[in-house]
Design a protein around this ligand. Structure first.
Ligand SMILES: CC(C)(COP(=O)(O)OP(=O)(O)OC[C@H]1O[C@@H](n2cnc3c(N)ncnc32)[C@H](O)[C@@H]1OP(=O)(O)O)[C@@H](O)C(=O)NCCC(=O)NCCS
Length: 167
């Protein structure tokens, strides 16, 4: 698996995930958006990227299987986000791989000093991924509903010096 820049050829895959109700409910995407709305949304993301929000496609073989976000305006510190789609691909270890590639890109390519991330406590897979990356839990974020339950964000962080020994 590897990360690369998003391209317009990826739009069809991401639009199809927007039609996957289970994926949307877990990822916090609006459910039942039309294909036209989704396509317009992704075209803007790809053609007019924001300088404080880098999104990279995660590719396995010749298929897009996820994406990574490295977001934030600080020069040395960004927030990691990650998804795997569609939901039929979950539970095979891809999420952990995508997130690890995101950390590697942030430290090795962007030269960041710190990467933080947050996962909803009820999103067990995401919490496990962050802990398995060697990130340290640093505190509690806002309350956030997840799949109809009341939950809250758990914040994690890792610095360059903690990352390097594991690479
Ligand atoms: C979170 C997400 C990326 C996980 O992807 P995935 O490919 O299923 O992840 P993995 O297969 O690598 O599993 C990660 C860990 O969670 C565990 N896990 C998976 N589903 C689980 C569940 N429902 N309950 C408890 N643990 C679960 C796995 O066993 C694995 O733990 P292990 O490595 O200790 O065995 C995926 O579900 C997703 O894209 N969700 C929507 C977006 C999202 O929530 N992103 C994270 C917030 S930024």
């Amino acid at each position: 698996m590897f990360l690369r820049s998003l391209g317009l050829a990826d739009v069809a895959a991401y639009v199809s995930w927007g039609r996957d109700r289970r994926f949307c409910e877990h990822a916090g995407w609006t459910v039942d958006r039309s294909a036209a709305e989704l396509e317009a949304h992704w075209r803007v993301l790809i053609e007019q990227p924001k300088s404080d929000h880098l999104r990279l496609a995660a590719v396995a073989g010749d298929e897009v299987v996820g994406y990574v976000d490295l977001a934030g305006a600080e020069p040395d510190r960004r927030e990691l986000g990650y998804v795997v789609g569609p939901s039929e691909r979950w539970g095979r270890g891809l999420g952990g791989m995508v997130a690890r590639l995101g950390l590697a890109y942030g430290f090795d390519v962007l030269g960041l000093q710190e990467i933080w991330a947050e996962a909803v406590d009820a999103n067990r897979a995401s919490v496990r991924i962050l802990a398995a990356l060697g990130m340290t839990e640093i505190g509690r974020g806002d309350d956030e509903p997840f799949l109809g339950t009341v939950s809250y964000y758990r914040r994690f962080s890792i610095g360059r010096t903690a990352w390097e020994p594991s690479t």
